[in-house]
Design a protein. Structure first.
Length: 105
């Protein structure tokens, strides 16, 4: 499965080791096709609201993660308490990919 990451999971950021643990394969840098509101929880923890059309287009990275590691990645992201998984369109893929949105709705 494909995951769009925009914050601490990106290559070189403080939680990029998590994607290595789940054998995530960097496919490409990419950008969202729509704008989304992005905020910072503090201490470098960004979050995105699932409100397409507001905010800005997001730069990030696209990773391929085997489905057998999906639950581990969800656990790290605090799904469903802190974040929830949704779908997003990026300029690299014709189909929607997974993305973690803040669980505020």
């Amino acid at each position: 499965m494909l995951f769009f990451v925009y914050g601490t999971l990106k290559n070189g950021m403080k939680n990029s080791h998590i994607l290595k643990k789940v054998q995530g394969e960097l496919i490409s840098e990419c950008c969202t096709l729509e704008k989304y509101p992005m905020f910072d929880l503090g201490n470098g923890f960004p979050y995105v609201q699932n409100k397409p059309g507001f905010g800005m287009k997001l730069d990030g990275e696209l990773y391929k993660v085997d489905e057998k590691y999906e639950a581990k990645l969800d656990y790290f992201e605090g799904v469903p308490t802190l974040y929830k998984k949704g779908k997003i369109k990026v300029d690299y893929s014709e189909s929607e990919v997974n993305c973690y949105f803040i669980a505020d709705e």
